[in-house]
Write a protein that binds this ligand. Structure first.
Ligand code: BTN
Length: 256
């Protein structure tokens, strides 16, 4: 089957943020679904919750994919995040070990962040009009200067340099694969695979919520994309983004 994602690639030498650029463009132009806006350099790359996204010009992949998931209910919007995360995870797993999806949508290699995803939905009359999925993948950058926690890149992990265009094509194929599953209503397969690759699922770790630090086990995510954690008390809580933090303490004697 033909690809839905990446048939049109708009290459920019420099822009503030590919998410902003894509968002401005879709207001006035008709771009097909799956159009990719890729920048060699971003002057104001954005991360989640107003963070900056650090990326040395020409070293990494910074791009945004335009989706028109009009078949998706607003309450199911986290499915798109799963699709994008799974596509990236699958591609990276060809090159490095221990690639997982850190809820809600970071890609981790071991305990280090290799990729961040920023999905922005335009909602009109209670329906998703378009979604812009911004992806920042650390590829050939070796030194990170910002205070981002634990950044890592493909080249740090493999001691090799990567061809950015070839890697982009693989990532787009990966995302295309899972997006087609979503388009065909195969949510079950997506959910199962997402949970099987969820960072720290199924073992006891330390977290922090509004009640303070606690130990608990990630059970998965619910239908609306909240993280489910069973606390040691037995209580199961569902968290929205930023309501819970992972704590990186070494495992103590109690833990598996
Ligand atoms: C995060 O982990 O906080 C999300 C980072 C998302 C970065 C990408 S780079 C391409 C796109 N344009 C942006 O300004 N941000 C996203």
């Amino acid at each position: 089957m033909d690809n839905l994602i990446g048939n049109t690639i708009i290459r920019l030498q420099e822009t503030e943020s590919t998410n902003n650029y894509a968002n401005n463009q879709v207001q006035t132009n008709d771009y097909p679904e799956g159009t990719v806006f890729l920048a060699y350099s971003q002057t104001a790359g954005r991360g989640q919750i107003n963070n900056k996204w650090e990326s040395e010009p020409g070293k990494n992949l910074t791009f945004s994919i335009l989706f028109y998931p009009d078949f998706l209910e607003i309450r199911d919007q986290f499915m798109l995040s799963k699709v994008v995360s799974l596509g990236i995870r699958r591609t990276l797993a060809q090159y490095i070990d221990d690639v997982s999806i850190k809820w809600p949508n970071d890609i981790y290699a071991g305990n280090r962040k290799i990729c961040g995803i920023l999905i922005e939905n335009s909602i009109l009359y209670g329906q998703i009009k378009n979604s812009i999925a911004g992806i920042g993948l650390n590829v050939n950058q070796e030194i990170f200067r910002s205070n981002a926690p634990n950044p890592v890149s493909l080249s740090i992990l493999t001691k090799k340099q990567f061809d950015l265009d070839a890697l982009l094509a693989q990532l787009l194929d990966g995302i295309d694969h899972y997006y087609k599953l979503l388009c065909s209503g195969n949510n079950k397969a997506i959910n199962q695979e997402f949970e099987s690759h969820l960072f720290r699922i199924g073992k006891i770790y330390s977290f922090n919520d509004e009640t303070g630090p606690f130990d608990g086990t990630i059970l998965g995510v619910n239908d609306i994309g909240q993280l489910l954690i069973r606390k040691e008390s037995g209580e199961i809580r569902a968290y929205h983004f930023k309501e819970v933090e992972y704590i990186n303490t070494p495992l103590n004697f109690k833990r598996q």
